[in-house]
Design a protein around this ligand. Structure first.
Ligand code: SF4
Length: 330
């Protein structure tokens, strides 16, 4: 795909749904894409600021190649401005401290060296460094390595389509079900996120959803019910929903930690909406995956560690029901 298109003296960035119109020298809202002499430049290409080997469960993806490793990388910058960002040190960093250029091939070599089944584009919003992520992802596929996006879901239509066949799985934030809140407090659009989710689902990518539950901001009964109902109706009842506990951070130091009682209430709301797989994260709550038919434990976890995986070729060993997800390719 083309990453920009010219419009008179300006160029339009086609990476995310902000579609920034950039005059000569101007950077977009994410501060990492720039009009340089009429051409598009992704300033963070080759310059990850975070690069770690994580369990894939930490993304979180619980139904995608469980107990494998994901080489995880992120750059600076973001196209949102969430006041509760739990990764604000890199997402809101304005200055690119250019160190060593790491070409895509070397990222894939690292993934092979550390026996990673996947590469995860994460920590900050990967859509804003899609040119780098895509170049890595294409080489990764040639080596049999899968690709994961951990995203706020505000990609452009062009990127959503381009990801098909390149990105295998996504964990997508659904931070609220309130259009005004998305616009004013986060700097995005709920309706764009919802349309993108439907497109990713239609394109056959494996999807898991995450909601960071921030006290007083998105923890009402109505809102959690609306989120859970959307997932159940539009993405399917087998789509995992991760409920994540907030800790005071960035501009929201005054808010309390999310109480366990709120997370448990959200869990019940999700169950009542028909969702089969709901997980409570960032707490010590156990998060086993159960068979939807006979309720046997299929995957036992402690934190992000898989203690025991009882699946047989992606199926329950007791009643042979297939578990939704991607299990048998690594
Ligand atoms: S990635 Fe999004 S925020 Fe950044 S320049 Fe492009 S359209 Fe603007």
């Amino acid at each position: 795909m083309e990453y920009f298109k010219p419009e008179g003296e300006k160029i339009i960035c086609l990476l995310c749904a902000h579609y920034c119109r950039l005059r000569q020298g101007q950077k977009g809202m994410c501060r990492v894409n720039q009009n340089v002499s009429g051409a598009f430049k992704n300033l963070v290409y080759g310059y990850p600021v975070a690069l770690h080997v994580d369990p894939v469960e930490k993304k979180p993806l619980y139904h995608f190649l469980p107990s494998t490793r994901a080489l995880s990388l992120g750059t600076i910058g973001c196209n949102f401005k969430c006041s509760f960002c739990q990764n604000w040190c890199i997402s809101q960093e304005k200055n690119l401290h250019v160190k060593e250029f790491i070409e895509p091939q070397r990222i894939v070599e690292m993934a092979l060296k550390y026996e990673c089944a996947s590469i995860a584009y994460t920590y900050n919003e990967p859509t804003i460094f899609y040119p780098y992520a895509k170049d890595i992802a294409v080489i990764a596929h040639q080596k049999g390595i899968k690709n994961i996006f951990v995203t706020n879901g505000f990609a452009s239509k062009e990127v959503v389509e381009d990801m098909s066949g390149i990105i295998d799985a996504l964990n997508v934030d659904i931070k609220s079900f309130n259009e005004t809140y998305y616009k004013k407090s986060l700097g995005g659009e709920l309706h764009t996120l919802l349309e993108n989710l439907k497109a990713w689902k239609k394109n056959g990518m494996w999807l898991e959803m995450t909601t960071l539950i921030v006290p007083t901001q998105n923890d009402s009964e109505e809102e959690l019910h609306a989120i859970a109902s959307f997932i159940a109706k539009e993405l399917g009842v087998d789509t995992p929903w991760h409920l994540s506990a907030f800790h005071p951070d960035f501009h929201e130091q005054h808010l309390p930690h999310t109480p366990l009682s709120t997370l448990r209430r959200a869990y019940e709301i999700g169950k009542n909406a028909g969702l089969h797989h709901i997980y409570i994260g960032n707490t010590s709550v156990e998060n086993a995956t159960l068979c939807v038919t006979c309720k046997s434990v299929l995957i036992e976890r402690k934190g992000f560690e898989v203690v025991e995986n009882f699946l047989k070729e992606g199926r329950c060993p007791h009643c042979n029901t297939k578990l939704a997800g991607v299990f048998d390719e690594y």
